[in-house]
Design a protein around this ligand. Structure first.
Ligand code: HEC
Ligand code: HEC
Ligand code: HEC
Ligand code: HEC
Length: 182
């Protein structure tokens, strides 16, 4: 009897561990977003982002300029250094176990950098319901101040090439709203 209790406890603990591991949202990569966010009707978020410098943020780390900046900090390869990748991809260091096979770090500052890991919210029924999407991992920005604060987690003095950051001007360059339907 005792033995059975022990076994059941082990099974229960394992099941709880597994479900918590499964409920961790994963980064699915930009392809999973652009399939629905490319059309005129949606607001062509994919195209606006692709034309922005954010889509090139990883590639920038492979340039001579980046290598020069890195060298002055004693870093050999910026494209592999967490100190640089941090802001040129996700804005934080993430356990690579949370990257789905299709997630590509080379896509730089990408959809899920700002909107959160998409495995839980990317399905149509969830996406159509904002509250559900937020519950499933979509990042919620309460107001403009919250958006600005998020931008400044990367656009700040820790950036070796930082100059200044005027939110309204920069937001104009990257915003990607859904067209208003009359
Ligand atoms: C199956 C299609 C589909 C996929 C895949 C998809 N979306 Fe969406 N998304 C939608 C639809 C539909 C809406 C609702 C648009 C509306 O308000 O009419 C939406 C809304 C959104 C919104 C706005 C939420 C709000 O109401 O403020 C964001 C942000 C978003 N999606 C980001 C993403 C990201 C990031 C990904 C990839 C991880 C993604 N979507 C993948 C269809 C999709
Ligand atoms: C705190 C976030 C942050 C960190 C850390 C960071 N960067 Fe950047 N980097 C940025 C931002 C934001 C920009 C865009 C320029 C701007 O507005 O500051 C940028 C731009 C650049 C550019 C383009 C500059 C230009 O003038 O064209 C290079 C090159 C670069 N970073 C290299 C690096 C290297 C190498 C590292 C690691 C040693 C690094 N960055 C670490 C945020 C960061
Ligand atoms: C994860 C870090 C990160 C976050 C968060 C972030 N950025 Fe950036 N941003 C960068 C990096 C890195 C670059 C430089 C890319 C390059 O030149 O390769 C950049 C470049 C830009 C540029 C192009 C440079 C210029 O001034 O012309 C604009 C505009 C910009 N960001 C606006 C924003 C805005 C607005 C927000 C908030 C909604 C934001 N960014 C959030 C990292 C970030
Ligand atoms: C630098 C950060 C950043 C990146 C990168 C980014 N977004 Fe956004 N996006 C935002 C912010 C901030 C908003 C406005 C607040 C909100 O609606 O959550 C927004 C709004 C949206 C909306 C809602 C538009 C509306 O008017 O309802 C959609 C849809 C969306 N983004 C999809 C995407 C997709 C798809 C990608 C990648 C191709 C992407 N975003 C990349 C920051 C970003």
């Amino acid at each position: 009897m005792r033995k059975l209790t022990v076994i059941l406890t082990i099974v229960a603990v394992f099941a709880a561990f597994q479900s918590s591991a499964l409920s961790q949202n994963k980064y699915v990569g930009k392809k999973a977003c652009v399939m629905c966010h490319s059309t005129e009707k949606s607001g062509k978020q994919a195209e606006i982002w692709a034309k922005s410098k954010h889509s090139q943020a990883y590639t920038t780390l492979t340039t001579d300029k980046a290598i020069e900046i890195a060298k002055s900090k004693g870093i050999a390869n910026p494209a592999e250094a967490p100190e640089c990748l941090e802001c040129h991809t996700l804005g934080k260091t993430v356990d690579p176990a949370l990257f789905d096979t299709k997630f590509d770090i080379k896509d730089g500052v990408q959809c899920e950098t700002c909107h959160g890991p998409g495995s839980g919210y990317k399905s149509m029924p969830v996406m159509k319901d904002k509250a559900k999407a937020i519950a499933a991992g979509l990042t919620e920005y309460k107001d403009e101040a919250a958006i600005e604060a998020w931008c400044k987690t990367c656009h700040n003095e820790k950036s070796p090439s930082f100059k200044d950051f005027v939110f309204k001007e920069r937001w104009e360059l990257i915003k990607h709203p859904k067209p208003k339907s009359e």
